[in-house]
Design a protein around this ligand. Structure first.
Ligand SMILES: NC(=O)CC[C@H](N)C(=O)O
Length: 235
């Protein structure tokens, strides 16, 4: 007799478009890998097997369109309401409650995190860059983590409604990196420096941890978002 639920759990990676293979590799290399069954998700049936989901970077409009065409959009919205989800870059856009700079025709969102985010917020000239991040809560925090930003979105505002869970800042970058087009003298620029946020069991990174050899953000998601939702702490 096996006790599968006690020894392993399924983490899905939405595999419609974008950098899903890199997430798969990073998750499989975690020290707790024996307990994680990583699957690629392209159908509602595959999604139904998952305890948690990673939505990769890519193109948020394309991912949303393919999700609609494959009958996954509504199952994804239902999934986000109850289970842990981590969105990277395009995935972060999909996890936001509101988006600025959507393409003509709009941008379908899944919601889940109480933020407004700007697509391609760094502008067309600084489309990609790498920088060391200030991190809180990662394993081995003195070791720098290099954030890779590729046509990254920018968090504009945190807007938790009364009753929403608080939003924790897990990584931020130096305000000096913000482009002039984003800085404002009459409102706070701080949220725009936030590049990794956690709200309850949801997590977003506007950069690409899966493109580095450093899987500490993968470890963070499993430790802080997934494991507590599988085995809630006893009171
Ligand atoms: N690297 C990325 O995921 C880019 C995101 C892309 N700019 C979008 O709007 O979806």
């Amino acid at each position: 007799m096996t006790q599968k639920t006690n020894t392993s759990f399924v983490v899905g990676i939405l595999a419609l478009q974008g950098a899903f293979v890199e997430h798969q590799t990073a998750l499989q290399k975690l020290p707790i890998q024996k307990k994680i069954d990583v699957i690629l998700v392209r159908t509602a049936e595959e999604l139904a097997k998952c305890e948690a989901l990673v939505i990769p970077g890519g193109e948020s409009t394309t991912i949303a369109l393919l999700a609609r065409l494959s009958g996954l959009l509504e199952p994804l919205r239902e999934f986000v309401k109850i289970k842990p989800v981590w969105g990277t870059c395009a995935g972060a856009i999909l996890l936001a409650k509101a988006v600025v700079g959507a393409k003509k025709g709009g941008q379908e969102l899944l919601g889940g995190m109480s933020i407004t985010i700007a697509r391609n917020g760094w502008g067309s000239q600084v489309e990609s860059f790498e920088t060391d991040l200030d991190v809180v809560g990662l394993r081995d925090p003195e070791r720098p983590f290099t954030g890779i930003f590729i046509r990254a979105p920018v968090v504009l505002t945190l807007e938790p409604s009364p009753g929403d869970l608080p939003i924790d800042v897990v990584a931020s970058l130096s305000p000096s990196l913000l482009p002039d087009s984003l800085t404002s003298s009459n409102s706070t620029n701080e949220p725009k420096t936030f590049v990794a946020l956690r709200q309850g069991h949801h997590f977003l990174t506007t950069f690409h941890p899966e493109l580095t050899r450093d899987n500490r953000f993968h470890e963070y998601f499993i430790r802080e978002c997934v494991l507590p939702s599988i085995s809630p702490p006893r009171s």
